[in-house]
Design a protein around this ligand. Structure first.
Ligand code: ATP
Ligand code: MG
Length: 391
């Protein structure tokens, strides 16, 4: 069996809610990674797996709520056991079990989670450091160590490890309520969905399409499946806005179509949010990125939202967004070809300073009857079969 020790993200700051957050993270990890066992302790969590490979470690690094984690060895709470296990950990760290580690620089960093232990942290550092030096011929170097041997003493046992990996941090999915993400086939919106998950939001996805143009949603489903890796059960609504688009083309001048259409997308997502008991809408908008994302247009568009509309990428550059997309695995799916409806609405000279009075005037001319309720909705479920908790 292999053991992974996890340290929580911001969870430690949550005071009275702490237990609830820890439980949520534990439940998420159980559902997503299926460890052989999971034990929660104060400020940390111990997972047990039959096998651990790089793919599993990379995956764990992206689970919201995990601040850092390590593959650990376990020792008893006595100095002899700690010495033996520390030697083993160091040998493994250098990928050498024959003891050819002499001359390498190291340091020991002990931490006591249980102050009742008779030795202090500096005493443990000296004791274990001295043993490793004599036994393996290592050289103590506090400022330029090649490896750091962490000795973490808890109430039940001692964890010894040489490798600490950074997790994504944030809050466990499901601890900050639910939101509806407008998911396009582009690069930005899947990253926006993940960014909100990282703040604890569980997301429902809505993709709007035009049935006269889009018939194949494999790419959109793949994005939903990818995002479900980070939250489990994921609903994707596919909603046909062909009829509205037809009206918009007939009644709205080209330069305002994008604005009017985006407002309709947001209202539609708002209807789904009401059904889903979601408390916010989320887009992948980034300020100034395209014509619809000037501050004037964002004003003219967001104003149609019945709920707070959160654009988590608003201040990010495309390169930063792409870097996250690559890390979570959405980028390679996003760059596959897909004909999004919006591209059909793009005017040669789109309005970059949408005015609210003009928007109101144009919307009043549209036949809206029957367009308020989303037509031909297909729901695709990715991840688990059942919604956790059944709500
Ligand atoms: P790109 O990565 O190419 O910028 P994008 O998805 O950001 O793609 P934009 O036209 O900039 O494309 O759209 C801004 C936001 O509007 C998207 O991030 C998404 O939240 C929403 N959106 C756009 N098209 C759709 C769609 N067909 N269905 C649902 N939401 C959409
Ligand atoms: Mg964009």
């Amino acid at each position: 069996m292999k053991h992974i020790l996890i340290h929580f993200g911001e969870l430690s700051l949550k005071g009275r809610n702490r237990g609830k957050f820890e439980k949520k993270l534990g439940d998420n990890i159980k559902r997503l990674l299926r460890p052989a066992s999971l034990k929660r302790e104060y400020g940390r969590m111990l997972l047990e797996f039959e096998q651990v490979d790089e793919a599993l470690l990379d995956y764990l690094a992206l689970i919201p709520g995990v601040r850092n984690f390590s593959l650990v060895h376990r020792a008893e709470r006595d100095i002899d056991s700690m010495r033996v296990v520390a030697v083993q950990a160091v040998r493994e760290a250098f990928g050498d079990t024959d003891g050819q580690v002499a001359g390498h620089r190291f340091r020991v960093s002990a931490r006591r989670g249980d102050k009742r232990f008779p030795m202090t942290s500096p005493e443990l550092n000296l004791e274990i450091g001295g043993y490793l030096k004599n036994q393996l011929g290592l050289v103590v170097d506090l400022s330029h160590a090649e490896i750091e041997v962490h000795v973490e003493l808890t109430r039940d046992c001692v964890y010894i490890y040489t490798d600490r990996r950074r997790g994504i941090g944030g809050l466990p999915v499901g601890s900050s309520g639910k939101g509806v993400v407008l998911l396009s086939g582009g690069i930005d919106s899947p990253v926006a969905a993940y960014t909100m998950m990282k703040r604890g939001m569980s997301v429902v996805l809505v993709h709007l399409y035009n049935s006269s143009i889009n018939r194949d949603f494999a790419k959109i489903r793949d994005l939903a499946r990818l995002l479900s890796r980070y939250q489990g059960y994921t609903k994707l609504y596919l909603i046909d806005l062909e009829e509205f688009q037809r009206h918009a083309i007939a009644h709205v001048p080209a330069d305002y179509r994008m604005i009017i259409y985006k407002r309709h997308m947001i209202r539609t997502a708002g209807l789904i949010a009401a059904d889903e008991n979601a408390r916010a809408l989320v887009t992948g908008d980034s300020l100034g990125q395209v014509a619809s994302q000037t501050l004037e247009n964002i004003n003219a568009i967001y104003d149609a939202s019945p709920l707070p509309l959160l654009p988590p990428l608003i201040g990010m550059d495309k390169e930063e967004i792409i870097a996250v997309g690559r890390r979570i695995g959405s980028y390679d799916i996003s760059i596959e070809e897909y004909c999004d409806i919006c591209s059909f609405l793009i005017a040669k000279h789109p309005q970059t300073r949408g005015r609210r009075d003009e928007v109101a005037r144009l919307e009043a001319q549209l036949p809206t009857e029957g367009l308020d309720c989303p037509t031909r909705t297909h729901v695709f479920i990715a991840g688990e079969e059942k919604e956790p908790g059944g709500n």
